[in-house]
Design a protein. Sequence first.
Length: 386
Amino acid sequence: MRILVLGGDGYLGWPAAMYFSVRGHEVHAVDNYFRRRAHRSAGTDSLTPILDALPPRAEAWRQVTGYRVGVTEGDLCDWSLVQRVFLEFRPEAVLHLGQVASAPYSVVGRDHAVFTLYNNLTATLNVLWAIRDLAPEAHLVKVGSLSALGTPNVDVEEGLLPVRHEGREDRLPFPARPTSWYHAAEAHDEANVRLACETWGLRATVLRQGTVYGVDTEETRIDRRLLTRFDYDGVFGTVLNRFCVQAVIGHPLTVYGRGGQTRGFLNLVDALRGYELAVRSTPEAGALRTFNQFTELFSVNDLAELVRRAGEGYGLEVRVEHLENPRVEAEEHDYGAKHAGLLDAGLDPHYLSEPFLHSVFARVEEFRDRVVTQAILPRVRWRPAR
C-alpha cells in the first residue's frame, strides 16, 4: 500500500514509517518539527540522540536497509502543502500522528491552548478535505487519546454507547470529558472525523490510544542512527518513561498526588502493530470505527512500585516521592475500558515486565549524560498560583 505517515519525525511516527517500509509498503512521512522547536525553546531534548531532520533519517534508513521513506518537511495547517502531498503521493492509507500531543504544553497559557487547538483541528480538517477531494478511497487512521474520555464510573466502550433515557433508546458516541486543552482537541477531532465519514462517505478508524512506553523496536535496533526520540521531561515525557530515567539517575520517582490515577498503557511495539492491524482492515464507506488501543491498566502507584522492584533487581536504589499534583484530575477512582478490538484482530500483546524495564534502564544508562535533570520536575500547573 501507499501509506502516508503524518508526524513522521515523532516518537511514534518515525518508528511507524520504518515499520511499514520494511514490510514492503510505499511510505511517505510529513513533519514540521514542532516538538524539536518546543524542546529547543525550553532547553530540553530527547534522551536518545536523533539525527537532525527527516531527510538524513530517511537516508540512513535507505543506506542500512535498502528501503526508502519519502519525506516532506512542512506544516499540515498549510493547505497548499497538504494538497501537494496528496496529489503527488496518492495515499491509500493515512496514519495521522501529526499533532501537538501534550496535556501540560496545552495548559501553559492562553497562547499554548489556542495554538494546540488551532494546530490539531486545522491539520485534521485539512487532511479530511484532502481525502474527500483527492483520495476518496483512502482509509484514515487517526491516533487520538483514550484520556480524552476522562475517567467515568462506567466502562469506556470501543464503539457507540447504548443509552436509554425516558423510555427511549439509542447508540451514541461515548461522551468526552477532557482534562486539558490537548484532550479537548482530541475529542473535537474525533467528532470532526465522524462528521466527515457520515457526510462524505469517508472511511476512518480512530485509535483512542493509551500511554505508550519503551524506546526500541526491531527497526531502531538496527543502527544507532535509526533511534526514535525518548522524552522524559515534565512537558512531553510520559510517566513510565520518566520513571525509568529517574530510577537510573538516582532521582526519586515523582508520583503526582495520591497516585491512584489509572490509565491504559501499551508497549511501543504493540502501538506499531496496532497501526498495522487498523490500516490493513478498512471499514465500509461512511463508517467510523473506534478502538481503545492499550493492553494493560495501571495506576501511577502501580507503575512506581513496578519500577522500584525492577530497579532493585537491576542494582539501583529507587525511591518514590509524592508531589503536590500540578494537574486537575481525579487522583483515586475506579476505571475500566474495553479493548478487545485489536486483540480480536490479532494483536499479541507484550506485557510490562521486569526484564523489559531492565532493557529500558540499559538504554537510559547509555545516554544518561544527556539527561537535563532540572527539566524532570513539573513546571506547568493546571491552575494559576494564588
